[in-house]
Design a protein around this ligand. Sequence first.
Ligand SMILES: [Zn+2]
Length: 119
Amino acid sequence: MLRALSIFRLKCPKCSKGDLFEKQGLFRFTKILEMPESCANCGQKYEIEPGFWIGSLWTSYPLIIIIELPFLICALVVESIHPFWFFGGMILAFTLLYPVMLRLGRSIWIHLNIRAEKK
Ligand SMILES: [Zn+2]
């Protein structure tokens, strides 16, 4: 449970206290991916190897699917509303939620790769 909180609060995977990003919050539209090199609290390095963040695409894609799939299903199933509106909804949802997808994707990825310290 604490681990899930740490993911959603964008905290360090090791100590759950230091911030993962320079500017906190899921809904940021500037400096979305700016991160400190290491945790201010425990010193855990965030980019543990070159290209580490490329792997976070594996955790961002499922988030995109979770957000976009209901629109696609509605576009295919609901006949009383033109599908154009659902595709517009997909674009709008993606535009508004892409910081959430990117930041949560990175947070999940680093939490999968770095263990929490024992307390
Ligand atoms: Zn830390």
